[in-house]
Design a protein around this ligand. Structure first.
Ligand code: NAP
Length: 267
């Protein structure tokens, strides 16, 4: 469920796995306006759905609409996966943090060399999941920079010790000691404004990753790769965050391999 939802690659992803594992099921895009979200969620058990994913702008609003919010979703402050339990109870969880870390690990193997100082651009729903993932992974220091300072302050307060905020104009200083740079803003995405970040102060050893996956190689990743930084694109996060939902709804933990990535790239 999203609003809009037509751009989502998730139906292609789940349909690929359904066909691959021979599961008799379906995953369909549902365009649901925010005013109808609760009604639509309550209809899931009645209509025979096993659950759903939630995308923009529903992830935070759904927290107050499901029956049980699991600890991961509480910590992130957003739900991206809903599971219909026995008796029609709705359980909300969040797999974005898992997907983010799984993608980075698939890209670089061991994450430890990159966990000294993470700089996170943006402070929206995706940034909340990224901050939770980075803290879970043992990141020593996280610096947030966001266009709207107050949103970043709220996220830092929610996350607790180890997370600080800088004004965007102070970003160059933060980049000087950065070991992992993450773009969680929608800047750089097709149809969105470009991301304005000067990478000059960034050490060449820093890992650079972008949650935006349309285009797959964003201007940020292209610039980072050109100067020699290791990079990880955002498509893998989409695939990894989807796998736990597929497992609980359809009973098979799907493989996250090159075939599924290829299917999405073709889509
Ligand atoms: P969101 O909650 O709407 O947050 C958007 C963020 O981008 C905010 O920090 C916002 O800053 C910033 N932003 C938007 N326009 C901007 C501009 N013109 N200049 C500077 N900053 C701007 O969205 P979200 O759910 O966090 O998603 C963010 C991006 O991550 C999207 O592109 C989404 O597709 C992607 N994403 C990818 C995955 C994946 O699996 N790869 C998963 C989740 C999200 P303000 O606070 O100032 O508005």
């Amino acid at each position: 469920m999203g609003f809009p939802v037509a751009h989502s690659l998730s139906p292609r992803l789940h349909s690929h796995w359904l066909a691959h594992y021979g599961v008799d099921g379906a995953y369909v895009p549902l365009c649901v306006a925010p005013a109808h979200l609760e009604q639509a969620l309550r209809a899931l058990p009645v209509l025979g759905f096993r659950g759903c994913n939630l995308t923009l702008p529903h992830k935070e609003a759904a927290m107050a609409m499901v029956d049980v919010v699991d600890p991961v979703a509480c910590a992130v402050g957003a739900i991206n996966t809903v599971i219909v339990e026995e008796g029609g109870l709705l359980r909300g969880t969040n797999t974005d943090a898992f997907g983010f870390l799984a993608n980075l690990r698939a890209g670089v193997g061991v994450l430890d060399p990159y966990l000294a100082h993470a700089v996170v651009l943006g402070a929206g729903g995706a940034a909340r999941a990224v901050v939770k993932a980075l803290l879970d992974a043992g990141t020593q220091r996280i610096t947030l920079a966001n266009r709207t300072r107050v949103t970043a302050d709220a996220l830092a307060n929610h996350a607790g010790a180890g997370v600080t905020v800088v004004d965007v104009v102070r970003l160059p200083e933060a980049l000087g000691s950065c070991s992992l740079l993450v773009n969680t803003t929608s800047c750089g995405m097709e149809g969105q404004p470009s991301l304005e970040v000067d990478l000059t102060p960034l050490p060449l050893t820093a890992l650079v990753t972008d949650l935006v996956y349309r285009p797959l190689e964003t201007a940020l990743l292209r610039a980072a790769r050109a100067r020699g930084n290791p990079v990880v694109d955002g498509l893998g996060m989409l695939i990894h965050q989807a796998a736990p939902g597929f497992a609980v709804w359809f009973g098979v933990m799907p493989d996250v391999d090159e075939r599924v990535r290829k299917a999405l790239l073709q889509a």
